[in-house]
Design a binder for this molecule. Structure first.
Ligand SMILES: Nc1ncnc2c1ncn2[C@@H]1O[C@H](COP(=O)(O)OP(=O)(O)OP(=O)(O)O)[C@@H](O)[C@H]1O
Length: 221
């Protein structure tokens, strides 16, 4: 059996001084799609940020292809996260935001330019590639964030409410592209309040409110 692309065992996550996720176990195979649901404040963002290696777990560990992330920080290059608040460089253009990520991942300037253009085109942002982020709508900015993550062709794709700002047409485009990334072999974990997103996943894991017991429930899809 191959190691799961992403896994964690007995993961406990703290936000500030509060424990918001406790003893969380997860194994996501390459190509698998997992939705994280649960009420606002139940810890989805905290969990995704921890799985991405950007927040240190209070206990337990995250593994990528079976290797603890804490033992080998270079494994982070196999992960990409679509941040809930996008995390874009607002004084750069849409294209430059994607190119910066691709250059950091080792692409040549020419590769970065062409891959960024293709990723933005897939997000229907071809006509906005040269616009500054601050000139784009919230929904367009969110699609730049999705394009940036997809352009990296990560082994593990984490997305935090990636359709929250999208209208019907663009929600379908974002969702289709996330599913396509999983078909190409990415392990996908997507936090969402959108039932349509959850329906397109293989499994749904519901986080409980932090006010009630903290362990997750698997509800199937
Ligand atoms: N930096 C922080 N310091 C203190 N508490 C925090 C911090 N970040 C988040 N929290 C708290 O941790 C809990 C979980 O927040 P989190 O953003 O992970 O939830 P969520 O499920 O993603 O919510 P939403 O669906 O609204 O995005 C909330 O009660 C929140 O107020």
């Amino acid at each position: 059996m191959p190691e799961p692309a992403l896994s964690c065992r007995s993961l406990t996550c703290r936000a500030g001084d509060r424990e918001v996720v406790r003893d969380f176990d997860l194994a996501v195979a390459a190509g698998e799609r997992v939705a994280l649901t649960g009420p606002s404040g139940s810890g989805k963002t905290t969990l995704l940020t921890t799985l991405a290696g950007l927040l240190r777990p209070a206990a337990g560990q995250v593994r990528v292809d079976g290797v603890p992330l804490a033992d080998d920080p270079s494994l982070r290059s196999r992960l990409a996260l679509v941040f809930q608040s996008y995390g874009l460089l607002t004084l750069l253009t849409a294209a430059e935001n994607v190119e910066v990520a691709l250059r950091a991942a080792g692409r040549t300037p020419r590769e970065a330019m062409s891959e960024a253009a293709a990723a933005l085109e897939r997000m229907r942002l071809g006509g906005h590639a040269d616009h500054l982020i601050e000139e784009l709508s919230g929904g367009q900015q969110q699609r730049v964030a999705v394009a940036r993550a997809l352009a990296l062709a990560p082994r593990v794709l984490l997305a935090d409410e990636p359709t929250a700002e999208q209208d019907g047409v663009h929600r379908a485009i974002v969702l289709d592209e996330l599913v396509a990334a999983a078909r190409r072999g990415a392990a996908l974990v997507v936090a969402t309040h959108d039932p349509e997103v959850a329906e397109r996943c293989d499994r749904v894991i519901e986080l409980r409110s932090a006010a009630s017991p903290l362990s997750p429930a698997e509800v199937g899809a």
